[in-house]
Structure formats: structure tokens, C-alpha cells
Design a protein around this ligand. Structure first.
Ligand SMILES: Cc1ncc(COP(=O)(O)O)c(C=O)c1O
Length: 227
């Protein structure tokens, strides 16, 4: 038996080591009509603002014409990037320049690009324990060594984090700052400041994922760690 018979497609080493997609498994079950799945954060479709979105699409096509369907800059539409900068200024008084913004197709592409840009095989990275499955999957493709750090109700356990920083050379720390997936915890203001201080002391990149910050119903919004 030669190698081509046992393994017809000669996948890259990176792809051969990939586990099956957690997200795909979760979404496959969730799409079944007999199942109400709490595993994925799927909104109730009856809440989708269909008419408003259709009106928006209509208005965009009418005001921008065929330009809407043309290729744009690969880093994203300038007017959208400027809108995002204004959002950060109005909400958090942060000065973000459009050159610092990159529009991606959802967070999965962003996480993949971060892995591609920063991680070599065997590099150490820190993840919250527990962490978001999509991020584990995106980073795993780049074959890092994962250092899990436990979280408490107000974010990462900083003693364990500092121990890890003293004993290892992690390149990046990925965290979800507001209503973390899966714990629901939010990192306190004090911990955000301490994390920023540790990141600068240990030359650590913090990847702050914030899909849920806008879903706050009580209390005030906390500034991103970058601020
Ligand atoms: C922490 C976290 N980041 C990102 C996402 C997904 O974001 P997107 O829809 O942009 O891929 C989720 C969704 O479950 C999430 O929990």
C-alpha cells in the first residue's frame, strides 16, 4: 500500500492536525427543527428587523448605485472605518485612526489573520479558562502551545497570569472583556488597568474580543483595555 492509497489528499501538516470544527458541530445541531440549542448564541429570528434592513439595503443601492457591488480597498470601506473611529471617540473618548481599523468577515477571519500574523508553530499563547471555542479553533490552526489561565467573576486570575508571564514567553493573550463566552463574566475596570500594565511590562499583545459590550442593560459601559 502506498501513501496515496491511505491518504488520498496530501493536506498540510497544519490541516491534518485540526480537530473537527466545534462551531460547525454546534450549528449543525442548532439548525435541526426539533432542537432548541443553548450551545450557540443564536438570536430569535422573530427579533430580526427585516423591514429596517431591507430599507437600508434599498437606500444604499439608490444612493451609491453600482459602486456598491464593486471591489473596494482590501482593508475596508473608508467611510465605514471613519464611522467606527467616531464610534470609539463618542463612546469612549478614544482616538482611533482609520489606518488602525481592518474590516473582516466576522470575528473568525480576524482571529485567523491574527494567528497568521503573529503565531509560529510552538509559540505560547494565553487563553482564558474556559475560552471561546471559535478562538481556540482559529489559533489551533497555527499550532501554538496554549497556556490556560483561570478566570473569576471579574476576569483573569492575575496571580496565575503573572506566574505564567514570569515562567513563559507568551506572545499574546486572547480574552473576551464583556460578558465573556462562555462564563458571562465581565472584566472589572481595575483589572483592565492591571492587564494593560502587565501587557506593557511583559511585551504581551492583548487580543480583546468584544462582541457583547453593546448588550449591556444595566450599569455603565467599561472602556476597552486599549484605552
Ligand atoms: C467571544 C465571541 N467572539 C466572536 C463571536 C462570533 O462573532 P462573529 O459573528 O463576528 O463571527 C462569538 C459568537 O459566539 C463569541 O462568543
Amino acid at each position: 500500500m502506498n501513501n496515496t492509497e491511505t491518504q488520498p489528499f496530501r493536506f498540510s501538516e497544519r490541516s491534518n492536525n485540526l480537530p473537527s470544527s466545534f462551531l460547525r458541530d454546534i450549528l449543525k445541531v442548532a439548525s435541526s427543527k426539533d432542537v432548541i440549542s443553548f450551545a450557540g448564541g443564536l438570536p430569535d429570528p422573530s427579533l430580526f428587523p427585516l423591514k429596517e434592513l431591507a430599507d437600508c439595503a434599498d437606500s444604499v443601492f439608490r444612493s451609491h448605485g453600482s459602486g456598491v457591488l464593486q471591489y473596494s480597498n482590501s482593508e475596508g470601506l473608508m467611510s465605514l472605518k471613519e464611522w467606527i473611529c467616531n464610534y470609539y471617540y463618542n463612546k469612549f473618548e478614544m482616538h482611533v485612526h482609520p489606518d488602525q481599523i481592518l474590516i473582516t468577515n466576522g470575528s473568525q477571519q480576524a482571529l485567523d489573520l491574527i494567528g497568521k500574523t503573529f503565531l509560529d508553530k510552538g509559540d505560547e499563547i494565553i487563553l482564558e479558562q474556559p475560552s471561546y471555542l471559535g478562538a481556540i479553533q482559529a489559533f489551533t490552526a497555527y499550532q501554538p502551545r496554549i497556556l490556560p489561565i483561570p478566570i473569576t467573576h471579574d476576569g483573569l486570575d492575575l496571580n496565575s497570569l503573572e506566574q505564567a508571564l514570569l515562567n513563559h514567553q507568551p506572545k499574546l493573550l486572547y480574552l473576551v472583556s464583556n460578558f465573556q463566552n462562555p462564563s458571562g463574566f465581565t472584566i472589572s475596570r481595575e483589572k483592565r488597568e492591571q492587564l494593560a500594565e502587565l501587557a506593557s511590562r511583559y511585551n504581551l499583545i492583548i487580543v480583546e474580543d468584544d462582541p457583547y459590550g453593546e448588550l449591556r442593560y444595566t450599569g455603565s459601559h467599561l472602556k476597552p483595555i486599549l484605552s
